[in-house]
Design a protein around this ligand. Structure first.
Ligand SMILES: *[C@@H]1O[C@H](CO)[C@@H](O)[C@H](O)[C@H]1NC(C)=O
Ligand SMILES: *[C@@H]1O[C@H](CO)[C@@H](O)[C@H](O)[C@H]1NC(C)=O
Ligand SMILES: *[C@@H]1O[C@H](CO)[C@@H](O)[C@H](O)[C@H]1NC(C)=O
Ligand SMILES: *[C@@H]1O[C@H](CO)[C@@H](O)[C@H](O)[C@H]1NC(C)=O
Length: 411
């Protein structure tokens, strides 16, 4: 048995566009009080655009490494944060998430996410999928009622009072919460939490689905996987013959196979021609995805070879989000929608994801955490131009010296 081609693009599927393109795109969401359709496609197409942009940055910064993340989890967490953002901080987050604010209003975006969360969490016999949000709040931080209410209604988030002055215990609480919600797959979302933390927002996703056509474990054998021209590794290679959507993209130089789960969600596997990974990565965008969707046609594949794998990644996204235009949240944000004084700043955006693909199906989990600290009002006055000085004796209020400093370097 041979692995026919080199370099496999494992990354994209599932947590990314796979789930979304079939399962969770509500065709159209009615925003009743406005009698206006926010079509699921606006949300989906912005989310896909964001997914590919984030992918490109992550792939660029992690060359020759596995990449796995849940763009949906990051999008939801940032949209949740945006509930409390105002002014240019708000615009930056929404535009960073690839929303075109001349086409869609903030309110519609939140409604879109609300609907998406409801759709994703509908119970199904064929699929285990849960997506949720939570916030962990320093005991005496006074969140605005509106924020608590919007978090509950739109993002289904509850609030847990937390003592961050004991950062180890707070970290354990949050990590345990995420671990529980991801069926033990994400064990340590936060590696570190500062004792100055006052608020943490969390999103988690758990996904488990079975292939419609399963691989027979008796046919799985060790085979070569060509990591690069020079490097070959042995991996357990699953194999199967089946009829499934297939497309040979001559234009971009890649082969696509879509594998369907019993739930009718699917994993899209994209195999670039040898040496074409970077070209393909550069062309990943929502239009390409739409073209692929239209071109995939059921075909008989006599032998499909797919490695069985488990991959995991942890990221701190601060720098990457800044490169995608979401900067203010880390510097001088206006978060006056969360607390009245608004003096909060985001200290970390962390993300962890794990994906297992085997003969039975796929299990994936991901979580995003956003930690915030108080900004202390910092006043800076710089005497770097001519100034006056008066030295006054306290008891008598006598001015004992009075002067003007025009050039401190002169004697
Ligand atoms: C936003 O939408 C408007 C109107 O549809 C369009 O003219 C504009 O080019 C879009 N902006 C971006 C950045 O895509
Ligand atoms: C998660 O928490 C619930 C409720 O406390 C508990 O019943 C369940 O066993 C936990 N699951 C895991 C995977 O820890
Ligand atoms: C392949 O190996 C050669 C010599 O062992 C090395 O010089 C070259 O950089 C390697 N190329 C890649 C792509 O790793
Ligand atoms: C999946 O699609 C097939 C064919 O369209 C349909 O018969 C089946 O009921 C669907 N299954 C689920 C779980 O939606």
């Amino acid at each position: 048995m041979r692995a026919e081609r080199t370099s496999f693009l494992l990354v994209l599927g599932l947590l990314l566009t796979g789930i979304c393109s079939v399962h969770c795109l509500p065709e159209n969401v009615m925003v009743k009080d406005q009698c206006r359709r926010v079509d699921g496609h606006t949300l989906a197409s912005s989310n896909t655009d964001f997914a590919f942009s984030l992918y490109k940055q992550l792939a660029l910064e992690n060359p020759n490494k596995n990449v796995i993340f849940s763009p949906l989890s990051v999008s939801i967490a940032l949209a949740f944060l945006s509930l409390g953002a105002r002014g240019s901080t708000l615009t930056e987050i929404l535009e960073g998430l690839k929303f075109n604010l001349t086409e869609i209003q903030e309110k519609e975006i939140h409604r879109g996410f609300q609907h998406l969360l409801q759709t994703l969490n509908k119970p199904s016999n064929e699929l285990q999928l849960s997506v949720g949000n939570a916030m962990f709040v320093q005991e005496e931080l006074e969140l605005l009622d509106k924020f608590i209410e919007d978090a509950r209604v739109l993002y289904a988030s509850g609030a847990f009072l937390t003592n961050f002055r004991n950062p180890e215990a707070a970290k354990r609480l949050i990590n345990e919460y995420v671990k529980n919600k991801t069926q033990g797959k994400i064990e340590e979302l936060f590696k570190y939490l500062s004792p100055n933390t006052v608020l943490v927002l969390v999103n988690y996703i758990y996904f488990k689905a079975q292939w419609k056509t399963r691989f027979d474990p008796r046919h799985t054998q060790q085979a070569e996987f060509h990591v690069s021209k020079n490097k070959t590794v042995e991996v357990p290679m699953m194999t199967l013959g089946l009829e499934t959507p297939y497309f040979q993209d001559e234009e971009l130089g890649c082969t696509l196979v879509e594998l369907t789960y019993t739930s009718n969600d699917s994993a899209l596997l994209i195999l670039p021609d040898e040496g074409k990974m970077q070209d393909l990565e550069a062309k990943l965008n929502p239009e390409t995805l739409t073209r692929w969707r239209k071109s995939l046609q059921p075909r008989r594949i006599h032998e499909l070879y797919l490695p069985k794998f488990s991959i995991k990644s942890d990221y701190v996204l601060n720098d990457i989000l800044s490169q995608l235009g979401i900067k203010k949240i880390f510097a001088s944000p206006d978060l006056s929608g969360i607390i009245e004084t608004g003096d909060l700043v985001v200290s970390q955006v962390v993300h962890s994801a794990a994906l297992d693909v085997d003969e039975e199906g796929t299990e994936g989990a991901a979580a995003t955490g956003i930690s915030m600290e108080r900004t202390f009002l910092r006043i800076t006055v710089r005497f770097d131009r001519p100034f006056l000085i008066a030295i006054v004796l306290k008891d008598t209020q006598s001015i004992i010296f009075l002067g003007k400093v025009t050039n401190p370097s002169q004697v």
